[in-house]
Design a protein around this ligand. Sequence first.
Ligand code: ADP
Length: 463
Amino acid sequence: MLKRISTNQTKTMLLLMLVFTVVILLFSALVYFSIVNFSHQRFYELLKIRATTIVQIEKGKEHLDIPANHILNSTNDEELPMEKDYVFEVPRDSNYSQITSQIHIPDTFFKNIIKKGEDNYNDQEFYYIGQSFKSDDKTYIAIASAKNHYVVDYLGYLKRTLVTCMVLAIFFSMIFSFYLSKTLFKPILKITGKVKEISSENLHLRLEPQPGNTELNELIDTFNDMLNRIETSFETQNHLIGNVSHELRTPLTSIMGEADVALSQKRSEAHYQETLQIILDEAEKLDKKIKALLMIAQTGFDGKIQKMDKVRMDQLLWDVIETAKRINSKNNVYLDISMLPDNPKKLKVQGNEQLLHLAMANIINNGCKYSNFQQVKVSLGATDDHVYIIIKDHGIGIPDSEMDKIYDPFYRASNTKNYEGYGIGLPLARNIVRIHNGELIVNSKENVGTTVQIRFPIYVPTE
Ligand code: ADP
């Protein structure tokens, strides 16, 4: 992890440097080329003024007597560096070879001047502007040329300055990127170190929020939340193991005790029979508890339900109530259908019928048992997306302080001494509801009664 972070740190640093370098390069190139462009334009403008002046002067002369293929070196004052101006007559055959041998400019330049009236040209340092004009029915070309000292001197200087600035900027961006990436990853490295300290022995440790780092604090909060859940489930597991071993040992101790006593001396047949009956009863209890435990394990969070079907909750509840009455005629359950929706399709749930039956039966039987067989009201209703079942009794209720423990397997509230039970039905029912993406909430008041609310998402057919 540390290695990974440090490679990420290097990557971030390189990326930042790359971005900085590209920006600096682009910026320098932009500055350089816009100044080059400006200097070209500016110099051509100056040359153009010179060329126009030459044309005006030459046109003003009464007779322009320049022999063919002869170049008149204009005698203007030298206003631009190394300025040279030329005037010559355009050869009738358009053969400029004589001219080009004297001023080393390609003849396309002259042809363009004739075609467009004006053109410009430059080699490395020298810039030329030519204009054509007529005098005494003859066509002449006047050219003004000079050395562009901006390009030679100033742009060279600019180039050196920009390169120096670039090197310096890249160097500083390197230092800055290194510092920035280090600062960015520092809190992560700190958190990694802290996380490494956390193990099953010190699950109470939590990560401290980093001041002013919202994104990271969100991660820290999420991680701390996860630790809370892990710690709780760890404690529950420990608690569960304690409870389970105690619950399983009780019948086992009875069996061993009974057998021990019976074997300690010769007994009558009736005594043996009685002992065996007790052993059988205790063994059955053990069997029931182990089966229930297995069921809880199977319906745990990662439990997979074998068979999922469309289940109509009203039919299922009728069935559960009928079975409850058959098993114990004292069970008094009333199904309130006043909230039933018009459309029975809204009562369909995607689920495993046997598991749902088991969950509902556990809760309804609890209602009957803990209310000493007073009437238990089961209400069924539905909205557009959920089916609701409310089971209400007027029994002994659950003491407030024990409400959060009733979902622990084998936990039985302190007021249930006179009632038979193992403390497995409710956690099992909640697991079953949860694997059907539902929710089970218990509200209870001691000596007043208990209400269990269950909600399932309704069945949505998939095309
Ligand atoms: P039990 O076999 O003890 O009934 P359950 O797992 O079904 O176990 O329920 C766990 C505990 O929750 C019970 O021991 C009891 O304390 C409490 N409880 C559940 N349902 C009711 C209820 N309807 N009225 C009062 N207490 C209840």
